[in-house]
Design a protein around this ligand. Structure first.
Ligand code: HEC
Ligand code: HEC
Length: 431
């Protein structure tokens, strides 16, 4: 089970939320050509089947058939209209943008799917994006005026190429996360998340919410998406990723990123009028359709529990993992029956924890430099490499890198015997 999949460790930069700049670093394998933005993206680098676990190591995978849910399926029980929205949104999610349609001037990918592809459309990938900033006496500065904290490492013309500026003394990679089941996570009420904040440390675990001002709704909400829980709603994430990863301005984010903050350069190369995401007769743009695709995207399918996995489930509790990786939360009221009062088996409290040495050194919103959101563990068997920067090729390595509030649980994991470790990992391969 430890050999889930060897990561290819391509370090491509993708941008992410909060106007920080991300940059991609040289990818070792078929990087999309830097100066050919209008060309279709390089074929997606799907994880190779050779890197998947051997069938005999897998806990009884049921044969695929129409009734077995698969990664990438829509939520079960959608209405005809919701299913239509899922399908229309998926087209937009896969759509390849060009210079003429507003791509760039600086960007990280031509489409959402170029990064969110494995093992199905809407999944993750081995691609990373880069964030940078400057820390003095523990205070993080995102270097916004120099194009930070997210680097856009690709461009429509080499004249606008963005780099990590010399002023940066923190550079961090962010691995692409899968989007399966995010509509369910969005539908979890804030109160349900707040329940898990502890007043006093339990086993060293405290946890705090990420409080954000949501751009789409204008409301103060609990952030739950991204490695730092920096975004609260799918519509805001859709719009943020559109402008920061692809350079497509939209009604929520109408301002282009200037290459390393250089407004003069931007005005020379930004030829498409903003916002580039134009609205249809109903006042809706691509950002709405893409958000709908994510909203209706089903949760990762679970595998049947083997006797070993059942034993591993007990160890997951007794080792203290479940203090943060809360197995299940519930959605609340919702317009859609597919999202209303549903159990969400996400294995996360959606809270920020001080992870000590595992923190990435970047502050975003409420999240300080050592804080990271508890990563949901559902679908783990298909989401290697692991941790925020993809440093861990296996689940075992990911657990061993835990620190800070998770140190007690990590130490207990290290004391398990080999058989118990295997059981725990087998369990994690089914969720
Ligand atoms: C260049 C690669 C890249 C592209 C292109 C890209 N993303 Fe991402 N995506 C990432 C990375 C990396 C993360 C993790 C970022 C973080 O948390 O800082 C991420 C995270 C996300 C998340 C949060 C997932 C979670 O579980 O919390 C959403 C939602 C998302 N992306 C949607 C999109 C959409 C929609 C598009 C297209 C408009 C898009 N992404 C384009 C790389 C990419
Ligand atoms: C204090 C809270 C906390 C505890 C306790 C904890 N974790 Fe985590 N876990 C996290 C956070 C936060 C992350 C994301 C860390 C990062 O990438 O920087 C994470 C990430 C992971 C990942 C990688 C997920 C991915 O998609 O990359 C795995 C696997 C994991 N934890 C398993 C475990 C197991 C097994 C235990 C018990 C031995 C455990 N964790 C205990 C908070 C915790």
């Amino acid at each position: 089970m430890n050999a889930f999949r060897t990561s290819i460790f391509i370090t491509l930069a993708a941008a992410c939320p909060f106007g920080a700049q991300v940059f991609a670093q040289a990818s070792k394998k078929q990087p999309p050509p830097r100066n050919a933005p209008a060309a279709p993206p390089a074929p997606m680098q799907r994880k190779q089947s050779a890197q998947r676990p051997q069938p005999q190591q897998r806990p009884q995978t049921p044969p695929p058939n129409a009734r077995t849910p698969q990664f990438g399926d829509p939520l079960p029980g959608l209405t005809r209209r919701e299913l239509q929205e899922f399908n229309d949104g998926k087209v937009e999610f896969e759509n390849v943008e060009t210079e003429a349609s507003g791509l760039g001037p600086i960007f990280n990918g031509f489409s959402c799917v170029i990064c969110h592809s494995a093992p199905a459309v809407g999944g993750g990938s081995v691609f990373n994006v880069t964030r940078f900033g400057h820390t003095t006496n523990g205070v993080f500065n995102p270097l916004t005026s120099l194009g930070g904290s997210l680097l856009q490492e690709r461009e429509i013309n080499s004249a606008v190429h963005e780099v990590v500026p010399p002023e940066a003394n923190v550079v961090a990679q962010r691995n692409t996360t899968p989007l399966f089941g995010l509509g369910l996570i969005e539908a979890i009420p804030d109160a349900e998340i707040l329940r898990h904040v502890k007043r006093r440390p339990v086993d060293g675990v405290l946890g705090k919410v990420s409080q954000v001002q949501d751009v789409a709704t204008g409301r103060t909400m609990i952030g739950r998406f991204g490695w730092k829980a920096q975004i609260a709603t799918l519509l805001t994430f859709s719009a943020e990723a559109y402008v920061n990863e692809m350079g497509i301005t939209n009604r929520l984010f109408p301002v282009e990123n200037a290459p390393n903050g250089n407004a003069q350069l931007l005005s020379e190369y930004d030829t498409v009028a903003d916002p580039e995401d134009t609205l249809d007769a109903r006042g809706r743009g691509d950002i709405d359709r893409i958000a709908e695709f994510m909203q209706w995207l089903g949760a990762p399918p679970r595998l049947p529990l083997t006797p070993n996995a059942i034993a591993g489930r007990g160890l997951f509790q007794s080792t203290g993992c479940a203090n943060c990786h809360v197995p299940v939360m519930r959605t609340g009221q919702n317009r859609s029956a597919s999202l209303r009062n549903k159990e969400v088996w996400l294995y996360s409290d959606l809270l920020l924890h001080d992870m000590g040495t595992l923190g990435d050194g970047i502050a975003q919103g409420t999240a300080d430099v050592r804080d990271m959101k508890t990563a949901p563990l559902w679908g783990l068997r298909e989401s290697a490499p692991y941790l925020h920067d993809g440093r861990a090729a296996t689940v075992d390595e990911a657990i061993k890198a835990h620190d800070g509030e998770a140190k007690a649980a990590k130490d207990r994991y290290l004391k398990l015997n080999q058989r118990q470790m295997d059981q725990l990992l087998e369990f994690l391969g089914t969720i």
